[in-house]
Structures are given as structure tokens and as C-alpha cells.
Design a protein around this ligand. Structure first.
Ligand code: GDG
Length: 451
């Protein structure tokens, strides 16, 4: 089998516990003697013009540094102040500056130059996510002829959102240099087809084959999963004392999200407020634990969402708290993964209410963490990619506080038998379509795209 080379914005270095993508790629990288290349996380004024190799993993790892300017323009700028808001339906939060796009092009060109000397002719290259859209085009310019695939972890925008980009044509030009473009959900493939048809002279050859800018590419849906067995074991092994319930004597609902405006945290708090206003019997009986570690803090929109979230939590608590009970507990720090698994297991309700989300792995982790004999209930936004695979969750529109509050009530009151039935169906999907299934399905399609 030819070697797999994965390229992502960040490369996990050190011995930090493995996140989903690491686990996903690990098997494929190990079995093909593969190589993972990415940004080290360090910004320096004068970065090396070669990759730095790192020992200590079952596959090769090589990193590069960025200048502070590159980090501002490419990462915080075009990636997270232009592409991220547009792909999540928030063009109003976009900040278009010419230096962002220039920096994005410049960094992708530089990454291609760093990578090429380390490639072999028959490598399969798998590029991850929206920070690296132009990479295939840059690699092709430098003579790379082999298979190059892309996987987009976030939603693909429809034509109205795409048209708000400073450079919609260029987005499709970038994508046209891949052999295979993978999406999380059917919704994204549909958006891709409609946007390309509306904004370019794309020709659609079949459901999954397109001709853009004179080049043929394939596209497909590959919903990412979690390392289900490992997460089940982690949650089972979590300390058994029921800290949340003994502290409060109440049912708990849990939300776990990077503090991002796409995750619908204020909508969740407002629905909880609506629930408490309309059902006083829940006073001191139900609480919402929100874990929301900081992310991209130097981008304005992230400072605003932090203020909005803290303000709202303070208001709801001020309105309803008693001497013995705080309805919302808001933790603005990351917590260890094993503790997280235990908290999911202890929570009667899992709240996953994004306004837009590529997949949302928290939905899958929450299901994997439950005790099948007495499982909790997942409330899931119809706007998460995960909703396509998880119809047995309570599927809601997060914009409607009444609907979400009603789902909370239904989840809290749900009889054991119904909880078990819904959970068993969800768990089957989470276990069968796990992260190994995802990478195998993608790489199989990439191999076929070359023929
Ligand atoms: C992108 C797409 C897509 C969160 N807080 C803590 C913590 N986490 C972990 C969760 C989960 C992960 O972070 C978050 O994954 P999501 O899928 O929810 O979201 P994004 O970060 O936005 O990821 C998304 C994903 O890529 C994969 O393709 O699903 O749609 O946006 O694993 O558990 N982990 C720990 N402490 C925390 O406080 N240990």
C-alpha cells in the first residue's frame, strides 16, 4: 500500500491525550509507514525553511512554525474571520481585509514548498480542513502528480453564503485541484453542488462527479465518528461517585463546546430560562452544566460571545437561584477527558444545540458514555451534521426557545424504556460508524478516485 501523508493546520505533538483526528489517522498512518505534517503551534520571527521531525509516535511527524504575521493573517484572519463565519452562516461576523487573503495564499504556498521535498511519487496526500483549501493547487504547481484528497470538517456554505466571500470563484478553483473532496453530511455535498452550479460554470457529471475549471473531481459524504470503544471504556472507568447529583439532589443537563458562536450556547441558556419560567416545579430539581473552554480569544467575535454567555448565565442564575441551588454552572476552562466522560455519564440530558456544525462529536461522545441500563437523553440540533445519522435523538430547532424547552422537559420526564430504546439505536450507529470506519471509507474512495 502506498504511503499516506496527512497534512493539517495543527499537528498534535507531545504526549497530550489523543483527540479524534489522531485516533482516526493513527491506524492508517501506522500501517502505511505514514507521515503527518502540520503547524507546531509556535510562532517565531524567522521560521526554518525545512520541516522539523519529531520522534515518539508510531508514524512520522513533521512540523513547521509560522511567523506571528502569518498566524494573524492566515489563521486568525482568513481562516477564522472569513471562512469560519461564512461556513457557519454568520457572514455578518466576517471581517474582510486584503492582507488576510494574501496571508492565506502565502502560507499555503509556503507549506507546499516545505512539504514537497519530503514527498515520494506514489504518496497519497490527505489534506484536512478549511485552513488548507489552496494546498492541492500549490502542490500541483510544484509538480506533485499523485492522489490528493481533502476533507472538510465544517459545513460547506450554500450559494447565498458563498457569494459573501471576497473570492467565491477562487474557492472552487482551489477545490478543483483535489481528486476527492469529502464532506461530513449530505447537506454539505448538496450545498457544494448548488453553490458551484450557481457561482461557476461547473458541470455535474453524476451525484459525486463534477467538472470545475476544466478539471474533474469527485466529492462524497463521509461522516466522522469517534473512537467509540475507547470512549465507552473511559466513561465506564470514570469515578463512580455521583458528584453532581449528590451535590444538588437534582437532574443534570450537560453541554460541552468550545466557546464558539456557532454552538448555540446562548440559545440553550434562553431555552432553560424559558423552561424555568414556565415550570416552577423544576426549581431546585434540574441544573445545566456548561463546559466551554476558550478558543480564538483574540478574534473580536469570540470576545463578544464570551460576554454574551457570561451575562446570560448571570441573569438566569440571578433570576432563579436559591440558597441551595444554582441553575447554570458555567466552566470556562478545559477539563480532563476522563472527567468529561464521567460527567456525560452522570447527566440525564446531553445538550447539543449548534446553529451550524460540521458534525459535532460531543453528540456521539455523550451517547457512548451512557450506562445502557439507565441512559440519558440526547437533545440534538437539526443543524449539526450528526442529526443526519442520529434521528433517535430529540431533534430540535435551537432558535425556538419554546421547542427546545419542551424537549428538555420531555427528556427529563422520559420513561426508562423509551430512553433505553432510543439509546440502543443511537449507540449502534456510534459504534458501527466510528472513526476507523470514517478514515477507511474516505481512503477507499480516494484510492478509487485515482483510477
Ligand atoms: C470541528 C467541527 C466536527 C470540548 N471541551 C473539552 C473537550 N472538548 C472536546 C470534545 C470533543 C471536541 O472537543 C469538540 O469536537 P466537536 O465536534 O464538538 O467540535 P469542533 O471543535 O468545532 O470540531 C465539528 C469536528 O471538527 C470533527 O470533524 O465534528 O463539527 O466544528 O471531542 O469532547 N475535551 C476535553 N476538555 C474539555 O473541556 N478534554
Amino acid at each position: 500500500m502506498s504511503r499516506l501523508v496527512a497534512i493539517s493546520n495543527r499537528i498534535p505533538l507531545g504526549d497530550s491525550p489523543s483527540g479524534g483526528l489522531v485516533v482516526a489517522l493513527e491506524d492508517a498512518l501506522r500501517s502505511s509507514g505514514g507521515l503527518w505534517i502540520g503547524f507546531s503551534g509556535d510562532t517565531v520571527e524567522d521560521p526554518s525553511d525545512d520541516l522539523t521531525y519529531h520522534e515518539g509516535a508510531a508514524f512520522g511527524r513533521a512540523s513547521f512554525d509560522l511567523t506571528p504575521q502569518d498566524h494573524d493573517d492566515y489563521y486568525l484572519g482568513y481562516s477564522n474571520s472569513v471562512l469560519w463565519p461564512v461556513c457557519h452562516g454568520r457572514a455578518d461576523l466576517m471581517r474582510i481585509l486584503p492582507e488576510y487573503l494574501e496571508g492565506y495564499r502565502r502560507v499555503n504556498e509556503r507549506i507546499a514548498r516545505l512539504v514537497v521535498p519530503h514527498l515520494r511519487p506514489d504518496d497519497r496526500i490527505w489534506v484536512q480542513d478549511y485552513q488548507l483549501f489552496p494546498l492541492a493547487q500549490e502542490l500541483r504547481k510544484l509538480g506533485v502528480k499523485g492522489l490528493i484528497g481533502h476533507f472538510l470538517h465544517i459545513p460547506f456554505p450554500g450559494p447565498t453564503d458563498c457569494a459573501t466571500l471576497p473570492n467565491p470563484d477562487e474557492l472552487f478553483e482551489w477545490l478543483s485541484h483535489y481528486d476527492l473532496v469529502g464532506f461530513q453530511a449530505q447537506r454539505d455535498l448538496d450545498h457544494f453542488a448548488t453553490s458551484a452550479r450557481t457561482l461557476t460554470d461547473m458541470e455535474q457529471l453524476s451525484d459525486t462527479e463534477f467538472r470545475i475549471a476544466g478539471r474533474s473531481i469527485r466529492a462524497g459524504v463521509f461522516p466522522i465518528g469517534i473512537d467509540a470503544q475507547a470512549f465507552i471504556a473511559l466513561a465506564r472507568g470514570a469515578r463512580q461517585e455521583d458528584r453532581m447529583r449528590t451535590l444538588t439532589g437534582s437532574q443534570s443537563m450537560i453541554g460541552v463546546d468550545r466557546l464558539d458562536y456557532s454552538k448555540g450556547i446562548p440559545q440553550r441558556f434562553r431555552a432553560f430560562q424559558y423552561l424555568l419560567e414556565n415550570d416552577p416545579s423544576l426549581t431546585e430539581k434540574v441544573m445545566l452544566l456548561q463546559i466551554a473552554p476558550p478558543t480564538r480569544e483574540s478574534v473580536d467575535a469570540y470576545q463578544q460571545i464570551r460576554e454574551e454567555t457570561e451575562h446570560l448565565a448571570g441573569r438566569v442564575n440571578g433570576q432563579f437561584a436559591t440558597v441551595n441551588w444554582t441553575p447554570i454552572r458555567f466552566i470556562h476552562r478545559p477539563i480532563p477527558r476522563d472527567e468529561l466522560a464521567g460527567l456525560y455519564r452522570q447527566s440525564r440530558v446531553g445538550l447539543v444545540t449548534p446553529l451550524a456544525d460540521g458534525m459535532n462529536l460531543v453528540a456521539k461522545e455523550y451517547v457512548a458514555a451512557q450506562d445502557p441500563a439507565d441512559p440519558g437523553v440526547l437533545i440534538l440540533s437539526r443543524f449539526a451534521g450528526a442529526a443526519e445519522q442520529m434521528p433517535e435523538a430529540l431533534i430540535i430547532n435551537p432558535h425556538d426557545p419554546g421547542e427546545l424547552a419542551q424537549a428538555m422537559q420531555q427528556a427529563i420526564a422520559m420513561p426508562l424504556e423509551e430512553r433505553q430504546e432510543r439509546h440502543a439505536a443511537l449507540l449502534r450507529g456510534v459504534v458501527e460508524q466510528d472513526v476507523g470506519w470514517w478514515s477507511a471509507a474516505y481512503l477507499d474512495a480516494l484510492g478509487r478516485a485515482g483510477r
